[in-house]
Design a protein around this ligand. Structure first.
Ligand code: BJW
Ligand code: ZN
Length: 241
């Protein structure tokens, strides 16, 4: 294995699909029954907090019925070898990377198992419902909302992502449609080689030096195997397109 390979992996809903969590935009996806703008904006929350809280309560509850899959586990194996040289940046709000054993996981769109108090600005690990308006453990106000980044809000830790991409040798995007910014632009922030692993070519597939198609549970363990054995497949360096 190359000693100085620093890798940034971006994951999206596609990596958790085979665990049983629906994606957002695929047929039968999460937004089939919901207009995204009805549940994933601060304005929607202000208009109908009960609807939005119930939507996220259901998804939080669903987490205890699913398990990490072979793709999550392969990334955890890679971190066990690379340590600080691997950062997983995820758009997902589930906790399947952590449950597979990854420790260096950065959630840019927040976490289902976290609640944010809009009165005192504290965040709390949370596994139960929020629709029944429980009091904030810190200040007692009944103003806990899902700790989720909605459209129009600032994703978490863009400085961390920018710094990691600036110093990376390889950026790998897994299971994301490439339709939501700023994550869709990370491929342009990356300095090194770029590789996409997705069920089908994403909206931004041509921005990657290499794009492989197939299910994450097949592609990710195969790619991790290549990195760990030092064979090809780290993504080719950027060249003319
Ligand atoms: C498989 C598979 C298998 C299936 N194996 N693969 C106009 C132009 C450009 C930008 C904007 C614009 N107007 C507004 C914006 C900005 C806006 C935006 O991007 N809008 C777009 C709709 C255009 N973005 C924002 O508002 C963001 N904030 C922001 O930009 O702040 C300003 C800023 C400026 C500069 C720097 C930094 C910040 C916030 C975005 C918040 C997104 N939040 C959501 C909801 C979170 C809550 C929740 O989970 O409910 O995050 S939206 C939703 O989309 C969710 C996801 O994380 C995100 C991405 O979805 P993802 O993961 O790609 O899922 P899918 O379903 O789209 O795709 C799944 C993929 O997997 C598919 O490709 C499948 O093929 C594949 N797949 N099975 C492998 N088995
Ligand atoms: Zn509070």
């Amino acid at each position: 294995m190359a000693r100085h390979t620093r890798i940034v992996v971006l994951t999206g809903a596609g990596i958790s699909a085979e665990s049983g969590l629906p994606t957002f935009r695929d047929a039968d996806g999460l937004w089939e029954g919901h207009d995204p703008m009805q549940v994933a904006t601060p304005e929607a929350y202000a208009d109908d907090p009960d609807l939005v809280q119930r939507f996220y309560d259901e998804r939080r509850a669903a987490l205890s019925r699913v398990e990490p899959n072979a793709a999550h586990r392969a990334l955890a194996r890679l971190e066990a070898e690379l340590g600080d040289d691997l950062l997983v940046v995820t758009q997902n709000v589930d906790d399947l990377h952590e449950r597979a054993g990854s420790r260096r996981v950065h959630h840019v769109h927040g976490r289902l198992r976290s609640a944010w108090c809009t009165t005192c600005d504290e965040r709390h690990d949370w596994s139960g419902p929020l629709a029944d308006r429980p009091p904030c453990p810190a200040c007692g106000a009944a103003t806990l909302r899902p700790d989720i980044v909605w459209f129009g809000e600032l994703p978490y830790g863009m400085d961390v992502v920018e710094e990691a991409l600036e110093h990376s040798d390889l950026f790998v995007s897994i299971g994301t449609s490439g339709l939501v910014y700023p994550a869709a632009a990370f491929v342009h922030w990356a300095r090194g080689a770029t590789l996409e692993l997705n069920l089908e070519p994403s909206a931004g597939a041509t921005d990657f030096a290499e794009s492989r198609t197939g299910p994450a549970t097949r592609l990710v363990p195969a790619w991790v195997g290549e990195v760990l054995t030092g064979s090809s497949g780290r993504g080719r360096a950027r060249g003319p397109r």
